[in-house]
Design a protein around this ligand. Sequence first.
Ligand code: 5GP
Length: 191
Amino acid sequence: MEMLENAIKDRGTIIGDTIVKVDSFLNHEMDTALLYEIGQEFHRMFKGKPVTKIVTIEAGGIAPALMAGLAFNVPVVYAKKQKSLTMKGDVYSESVYSFTKQVYSNVTISKDRLSADDHVLIIDDFLANGEAAAGLINILKQAGATVAGIGIVIEKSFQPGRTRLEEKGIEVVSLARIAKISAGQIEFLKS
Ligand code: 5GP
C-alpha cells in the first residue's frame, strides 16, 4: 500500500536494526485519513471471507482494527493486557511476550465477547515474531471461534512471524512488508 509505505519512509523513525517507530501517524498521534484507507484496504483483501468480528490487542492494534470493523460493518473486540475490575466473570486468557516491552503479559478477552459462531479477522499494527497473533489465535481456539485471517499494518518480513502463522494454515495479509533495515534505510518487499 503505497500511501502507507510513504508514511513509514517519510514519517517513521528507526531504532536499532529491528524497531520502527511510527508514533507520528499510528502508535501515538493517529492519521485518521491514512487509517481510514488502511481499513478499506483490509476490507478489499478479505472481503471474500465471512467475517463476523474483528479481534485485536491493545493498544496499537485498536485504531486499524476499528477502521477495518467500520469497513466490514462488524464489531471490534480488543484483548486487554491487564484484567480490569470491570471484567467480571470468566475470561479467555493467554500469556503473550511483548517484542517491544520485553515482558510477558496475561492477555484476556471476556467469554461474553466471543462465541463458537464467530469468524474472526485478527488485526494488529506490527508483525515481528508472531507472539501477539499466536496468543490471539489461542484465545479464539478457547472460544471455538474460526480464524478468517490475519491482517497486519506493518510486517517486518526479516522476522519469523509470518512463517510461524502460515505454518498454522492461516492466511496473513500485510499492507506494508519491510524486507530489511540497514544503515537507517528501510527496504520494502515488492508487492
Ligand atoms: P510480535 O508479537 O509479532 O513479536 O510483535 C508484534 C507486536 O509487538 C505488535 O503488537 C506491536 O505492538 C509490537 N511491535 C513489534 N515490532 C514493532 C516495531 O518495530 N515497532 C513498534 N512500534 N511496535 C512493534
